[in-house]
Ligand binder design. Structure first.
Ligand SMILES: Cc1cc2nc3c(=O)[nH]c(=O)nc-3n(C[C@H](O)[C@H](O)[C@H](O)COP(=O)(O)OP(=O)(O)OC[C@H]3O[C@@H](n4cnc5c(N)ncnc54)[C@H](O)[C@@H]3O)c2cc1C
Length: 465
C-alpha cells in the first residue's frame, strides 16, 4: 500500500488542530518514539509526532490522515514488547500520553472514568487511596491504561481477578474516519448486540483510538500476604501449580521464577532475595479481609506446596518484605536484558497442566542450540515469558538459532492447545507466528473486520497481521 509522505502543508494543519507545541518533526522527534521496549524489532522514525490533548483533536487528525492516506500509529508509554507502537510505515505517531486525567471516581457504581494516558501506577494509587482496587496488575506500572486496554494486558493478579478486558466497561473510541463511538457505560452487564467494545480490547491500535475509558473497580481487600516457595526441580514446581489452584485457597498471584533469573535481578538491583539455593520458585500472594482468614488460607497453601515437594516456605507478611520480593520480581525483564547483548521474547500461554512439559521442552532446546534461555512467568495462568539471549554470538548465528528456537516454541505451544501471546500482543514482531497459529479462516475474518473499521489501512498498518 502506497502512503502519502507528511508535508509542510500537513504539518500546518496538525499545528492548527493541536497547537504548534504539540507537533514534532525532524531532529525534534525524541529517539524514544522510534521503538518500544524491544529495540531488536527495529528502529523506525516517524515523519511527525503529535501529542493529542482531546478527543476532538484525535478525531480531526484521524479524519485528515484518512483522507490523505497518512499512516497513524497510536502510542501510550511505549513499554510494549512486540513493536506495536512503532511506526513501521512512517507517517504520524499519535501520542495519547498527555491525555492523562482521571475524570471521575464513582464509589457507588465502583467505576472510574479516565483518559487513556493515565499511567497504571497512578490509577492504582488513586484507587487505593479511596479504598478501592483496580485489579489488573501488569509488571510495567508506567504503561498507560490505553496501552493496557489495547494489548489486553494481563499481569500478576489474573489468576484471581482476570485480565484488563474484565475491567473495561465502556470507552470512547475514534474511528479512522474521525467518527466518535461511545461504547458500553457504567453498566455491569450488556447483551445489546455485538460487543464492539470487546473487539477494541486487545486490537493493538489497529481499529480505533481510545480517548476515554470507563473501568471497573472492586473494594480494596484489607490484608495481603506472600509466600516464596523453593523447589529443587522445575517438574515439582509446576506439578504444584494445579494443586494450588484446585485447593480453593484462591491466590491472587502464582508466579514462577528460575534461580538464574533471581540472581540476575539481585545483581541488577543490588539487593538480596530471601533465598536462592533452589532451582525453581513459586511466588504466591493471597488477599482477604481478615488476617485470621488469610492465615488459614496460606497455611493450607503452604501444606499443599510442601506435600508437592517444596523444600521450604518463606512467609512474607510485612509490607517491607513483600515489597522487596515483588521489587525483584518486577525487575526480571530488565535484569535479563542487562545481562546480555540482545534478546528476543516469547510470551506463550499453554494450559497450566502443560507447564512442566513445556518447560522441559525449553530446556531441551537450550541444550540443543547454542543459546542461553531464561524464563519466568505467570504460572497460575500458564503464561511463560521466555527470553533468548544473544550473549557473544555473531549476528548470523544468533538470527539463525533464534528463529529456529522461536518457531519450535510456538509450534510446541500450538500442539499443547496454547496460543502465541498470553498478554503482550502480536505487534509486527510476531505476525508470522500468528498466521501459522490461527490458520486462514480466522485470519480472513480478522482482516475483514479490519477492513470494515479502517478501509484505507491507515491505523497502525502492518500490526497483528
Ligand atoms: C518490565 C516490563 C514488564 C511488563 N510486564 C507486563 C505484564 O506483566 N503483563 C503485560 O500484559 N504486559 C507487560 N508488559 C508489556 C507492556 O507494559 C504492556 O503491553 C502495556 O500494556 C503497554 O502499554 P503502553 O502504554 O506502554 O502502550 P504502548 O507500548 O505505547 O502501545 C501498545 C499498543 O497499544 C496501542 N495503543 C496505545 N495506546 C492506545 C490508545 N489510546 N488507543 C489505541 N491504541 C493504543 C499501540 O498502538 C500499540 O499497539 C511489560 C513491559 C515491560 C517493559
Amino acid at each position: 500500500m502506497e502512503y502519502k509522505k507528511v508535508t509542510d502543508a500537513d504539518i500546518n494543519v496538525f499545528r492548527e488542530i493541536c497547537g504548534k507545541d504539540s507537533i514534532f518533526t525532524g531532529t525534534d522527534i525524541h529517539e524514544d518514539f522510534t521503538h518500544d521496549e524491544m529495540t531488536i524489532y527495529g528502529i523506525y522514525k516517524p515523519e511527525a509526532v503529535i501529542e493529542a490533548h482531546t478527543t476532538e483533536q484525535v478525531s480531526r487528525i484521524l479524519k485528515y490522515a484518512n483522507e490523505n492516506k497518512i499512516p497513524v500509529t497510536p502510542r501510550g508509554s511505549g513499554t510494549g514488547l512486540c513493536g506495536g507502537a512503532v511506526p513501521i510505515n512512517g507517517g504520524i505517531v499519535l501520542s495519547l500520553a498527555k491525555m492523562d486525567k482521571i475524570i471521575e471516581f464513582d464509589n457507588k457504581n465502583y467505576t472510574v472514568v479516565t483518559e487513556p494516558g493515565v499511567l497504571l501506577m497512578t490509577l492504582a494509587k488513586e484507587a487505593v487511596d479511596r479504598g478501592m482496587l483496580y485489579p489488573p496488575d501488569p509488571g510495567e506500572k508506567s504503561a498507560t491504561l490505553g496501552g493496557n486496554v489495547m494489548t489486553n494486558a494481563g499481569g500478576m493478579r489474573a489468576i484471581k481477578y482476570g485480565v484488563t478486558r474484565d475491567y473495561v466497561l465502556g470507552m470512547k473510541a475514534v474511528l479512522p474516519d474521525g467518527s466518535i463511538l461511545k461504547l458500553g457505560g457504567k453498566i455491569a452487564k450488556n447483551s445489546s448486540g455485538y460487543s464492539i467494545k470487546d473487539l477494541m480490547i486487545g486490537s493493538e491500535g489497529t481499529l480505533a483510538i481510545i480517548t476515554e475509558l470507563i473501568l471497573k473497580l472492586i473494594p480494596l481487600p484489607e490484608e495481603t500476604l506472600s509466600l516464596l516457595v523453593p523447589f529443587d526441580s522445575l517438574e515439582k514446581c509446576f506439578e504444584a501449580v494445579p494443586k494450588i489452584v484446585q485447593s480453593k485457597t484462591n491466590p491472587t498471584a502464582v508466579e514462577f521464577m528460575q534461580r538464574q533469573v533471581i540472581e540476575a535481578a539481585e545483581e541488577y538491583l543490588g539487593l538480596h532475595f530471601p533465598d536462592k539455593s533452589s532451582d525453581a520458585y513459586l511466588l504466591l500472594t493471597f488477599d482477604g479481609d481478615s488476617r485470621e482468614a488469610l492465615d488459614a488460607t496460606y497455611r493450607k497453601a503452604a501444606e499443599i506446596c510442601l506435600e508437592a515437594g517444596a523444600t521450604d516456605v518463606y512467609i512474607s507478611d510485612t509490607e517491607e518484605r513483600q515489597e522487596s520480593i515483588w521489587k525483584a520480581r518486577g525487575a526480571f525483564l530488565e535484569a535479563i536484558k542487562t545481562s546480555t547483548t540482545e534478546m528476543d521474547e516469547c510470551d506463550v500461554v499453554v494450559p497450566r497442566t502443560m507447564l512442566g512439559s513445556f518447560m522441559g521442552f525449553v530446556e531441551s532446546l537450550e541444550k540443543e542450540h547454542s543459546l542461553r534461555i531464561r524464563s519466568f512467568g505467570h504460572a497460575g495462568d500458564g503464561n511463560l515469558h521466555i527470553y533468548l539471549c544473544k550473549d557473544g554470538l555473531g549476528t548470523e548465528e544468533w538470527e539463525r538459532e533464534c528463529s529456529c528456537v522461536m518457531k519450535d516454541l510456538y509450534a510446541k505451544a500450538g500442539t499443547m492447545g496454547g496460543q502465541i501471546s498470553g498478554e503482550h500482543g502480536v505487534g509486527h514482531a510476531k505476525r508470522d507466528y500468528l498466521e501459522k497459529s490461527l490458520g486462514n479462516k480466522t485470519l480472513t475474518l480478522m482482516r475483514g473486520i479490519k477492513k470494515v473499521f479502517d478501509p484505507n489501512n491507515i491505523l497502525n498498518p502492518g500490526k497483528v497481521f
